[in-house]
Design a protein around this ligand. Structure first.
Ligand code: FUC
Length: 785
């Protein structure tokens, strides 16, 4: 009887697995953060769905002012040893004053800018009814429908990756001859638009907008081109745009090119539009959907066997319900899939990496310049890529690191007299590597090292040996060389790093002053240890650099140890300082817990308890105030296997830091929290660090039943898990490479058997409570509990 109930329930979970995921609304976007995002990596757009003056806000990922430039501070080589000496002597204020000579010249980066807007102005239209605006995550198509009188109007918009940098909009109605509008491309600055034949061309240059002339007046030149194809009716040029009259339907095809990628802007645009114009709208749409689904449909997530009972409530109202204290498991499923959607839309091979706003930015001077902040934000963007089965979308991240390595090498030599490469806390399209902004954030030489760990992760998830040999190891080695060469003896038996800081927190000295700079703040030690571990491992697998491995191991042994402070917390600095802000949004010193695995519940229980104390202390003082901070906290709790806390913080992420279009809110909008939150969900359900696959490590009581499929785990495999009444009932593991797998059963459960093609597989019980077996590439394994 009981078994029967479980089977029934599992069957209905399976039936719900293909449930659609929409973001949908009953009104047009009133502001940018209501609009719906589309993208193909290079081009991105926000669709407002307005019925009178439709706005499709456009981005092309290389529209940046500035150029590649040496921004070294000439005073830096003399300053670095001085700052180190002053810090080691405890003369911190003096060290900070001296460190100003390390800031780049100028000490700011230029912003990522919008491409412009596509406006569709309709003739006077009153009496709009039956309005619906939606983004279908499964197709990647935004669709707007409404009625005026008895006529139903539809607008569909998507960004096509197979169309080679193409955005397509289709407008049609159910009464012939109903489509009439004026179309124009506009931009806030530096643009010239013309309509001719059935095309609009907008050309311009990304120039800095603050009137300063020292640099940035040689930014990227761009060209956007739109072509209209009408079914019946007419398309005629009208001033700087096009007039469409009495058509049955119109397809608008838009592309853009910049001189960052090509010298021939008109030719590049023409090629894309000529190819698109040869295809019917249905073909373009089908091609796009097939391409999108190849990525999107790899993973599914369902919390519970029932169909979504709130499916009739629009997304913004559901979010408001949550914000007033309700829970909404199905909205969490959508939130998870939305992050995967956003990565597909903002990071494709050949595009730039997803920046602080993914690729969606309407401001000439966006928050934090919409660049690559690498003391957490860019890394967080890519956390869900591997476990969320979107591995190939990490390529732009590796391109970003590689583009900064030349400058990074130069800065390593000039500033620190070190080999290898360094990037400080930000980089941009030009691959800049110097310290910027100011002392409290900029003097942090660990951005390149942290980013380089992503190469290892990509290898670890895929076990792609060629990638390890040709791409991962060379970069990791260079990042490790920099750290190795820049460590100095502290005179007390340890090797320390710096000048550095614990991003972007400050500590208090007994005299009441607060400071940022320190030698070897805990996060430095954690990143150094992790990178040395991985580099040694990688060199071992490749069978190279035995001498270098030994140097790394020797230096690693001399790094300062973890320390537990007066609150039982993991110390953030070498001294047990109080923080200026104990609820600070950065919780960098828990890096060892996540994304690294130096601290684990079973491997280092005392340190795990200290990490927990640090987390509780931050939260008790109002921590998690920004979207990304809250998202990181979800991941920390998942690693501490506290499903309830992870869940509460996930709810807080949606309740306090999520906008009506489900964009993460720092505030303002910043995309990292979307990615970090989605990764937190996966960490709650499956973890694979430290050589074991842990099943349902942090399942909260609020999710008694569910199923997640197509997750990736380290060691080269894909996993599906189903659970019922809080217990795993079935798991399937598909190995993509040969290798030994170790499985850890959910708390309170045991694995009874592992079957391959219906036959039991030999299992070896390990002293640590896991079960090991030899997995074969291409084989799928059913795990029974
Ligand atoms: C870091 C964070 C801020 C913000 C910025 C882009 O400096 O401390 O909160 O996310 O990056």
């Amino acid at each position: 009887m009981k078994l029967c109930a479980i089977l029934l329930s599992v069957a209905s979970v399976a039936a719900a697995a293909d449930r659609p995921h929409f973001l949908w609304y009953k009104q047009p976007a009133a502001q940018w953060t209501d609009a719906l995002p589309i993208g193909n990596g290079r081009l991105a757009a926000m669709v407002f769905g307005k019925t009178d003056d439709e706005r499709i806000q456009l981005n092309e990922d290389t529209v940046w002012p500035g150029s590649r430039k040496n921004r070294d501070n000439p005073a830096a080589p003399a300053a670095v040893p001085e700052v180190r000496r002053l810090l080691l002597e405890g003369r911190i204020a003096e060290a900070e004053a001296r460190a100003k000579d390390m800031l780049g010249v100028p000490p700011r980066m230029l912003p990522y800018q919008p491409l412009g807007d596509l406006h569709l102005r309709f003739e006077a239209r009153d009496g709009v009814s039956d309005y619906r605006r939606e983004l279908d995550l499964d197709t990647g198509v935004v669709r707007v429908t409404y009625k005026i009188g008895s006529v139903t109007y539809t607008e569909e918009v998507f960004a096509s990756a197979p169309g080679d940098h193409l955005i397509v909009a289709r407008l049609f109605a159910d009464r012939p001859g109903s489509i009439s509008f004026f179309a124009a491309l506009t931009r806030e600055a530096n643009e010239k638009s013309t309509g001719a034949g059935s095309t609009i061309v907008m050309e311009g240059q990304a120039l800095r907008q603050d009137g300063k002339a020292d640099e940035g007046n040689n930014g990227v030149r761009f060209r956007a081109e739109l072509r209209a194809v009408a079914q019946r009716g007419s398309v005629t040029p009208a001033g700087w745009g096009l007039k469409v009259q009495n058509a049955d339907a119109v397809t608008l095809m838009l592309t853009a090119a910049t001189d960052f990628r090509t010298e021939d802007l008109p030719g590049t645009c023409k090629k894309v539009l000529d190819a698109a114009a040869k295809k019917s709208y249905a073909q373009l749409r089908d091609e796009h959907i097939a391409d999108h689904r190849k990525l999107f449909q790899r993973a599914t997530f369902d919390l519970g066997p029932v169909a979504d009972p709130l499916a009739d409530i629009p997304t913004d109202e559901r979010l408001k319900r949550m914000q007033s204290g309700e829970t909404d498991a199905h909205l969490l499923e959508t939130y998870f899939q939305f992050a995967r959607y956003l990565l597909i839309a903002s990071s494709r091979p050949g595009s730039l990496a997803a920046n602080l706003q993914g690729k969606w930015n309407e401001n000439m001077v966006p928050p934090w310049e919409s660049k690559y902040t690498i003391n957490i934000n860019t890394e967080m963007n890519y956390w869900p890529a591997e476990p969320g089965n979107l591995s190939e979308l990490t390529e732009p991240l590796f391109d970003l690191i590689d583009s900064a390595r030349p400058a990074g090498r130069e800065v390593a030599q000039f500033y620190y007299k070190a080999r290898g490469f360094v990037i400080h806390h930000n980089t941009d399209i030009w691959g800049d590597a110097v310290p910027i902004d100011g002392i409290p954030s900029g003097i942090w030489p660990f951005g390149g090292a942290w980013l380089s760990l992503h190469y290892w992760d990509h290898y670890d998830f895929t076990r792609d040996q060629a990638f390890l040999a040709t791409r991962a190891y060379p970069a990791m080695k260079e990042a490790a060389e920099f750290l190795l060469d820049s460590l100095i003896p502290d005179g007390k038996g340890h090797l320390v790093s710096g000048p550095s800081l614990s991003p972007e927190n400050r500590y208090k000295l007994p005299d009441g002053t607060t400071h940022s700079l320190a030698m070897s703040p805990t996060m430095d030690v954690e990143i150094t240890t992790t990178l040395f571990n991985r580099t040694i491992q990688a060199a071992g697998i490749l069978g190279v650099d035995a001498g270098f491995r030994k140097q790394l191991a020797d230096a690693r042994a001399k790094l300062p140890p973890f320390k537990i402070g007066k609150y039982g917390q993991l110390q953030e600095w070498q001294e047990d300082y109080d923080e200026q802000d104990p609820g600070h949004r950065h919780i960098s010193h828990l890096f060892a817990l996540f994304p690294s695995d130096l601290i684990t519940l079973r491997g280092t229980p005392e340190l795990a308890a200290a990490a927990r104390a640090s987390l509780e202390r931050r939260l008790a003082h109002g921590g998690g105030g920004t979207g990304w901070s809250r998202a990181w906290i979800v991941n920390y709790w998942a690693r501490l296997e506290d499903g309830e806390q992870a869940y509460e913080n996930l709810l807080a992420l949606l309740r306090k830091s999520t906008l009506p279009n489900l964009f993460d809110n720092h505030p303002p909008f910043q995309i990292d929290g979307n990615f970090g939150g989605a990764n937190g969900i996966m960490e709650m359900l499956l973890q694979s660090q430290s050589g074991e696959i842990e099943i349902l490590p942090a399942l909260p009581a609020a999710w008694p039943d569910g199923r997640i499929t197509g997750l990736r785990a380290r060691g080269g495999c894909e996993a599906d898990i189903e659970w019922h009444a809080g217990k795993a009932v079935r798991m399937e593991l598909r190995a993509t490479v040969d290798g030994r797998q170790r499985l850890r059963a959910p708390k309170g459960q045991t694995i009874t058997s592992v079957l391959a093609a219906g036959k039991p597989v030999a299992l070896t019980a390990q002293p640590d409570g896991t079960l090991a077996f030899a997995a074969k590439a291409g084989q799928s394994y059913v795990i029974r509990f």
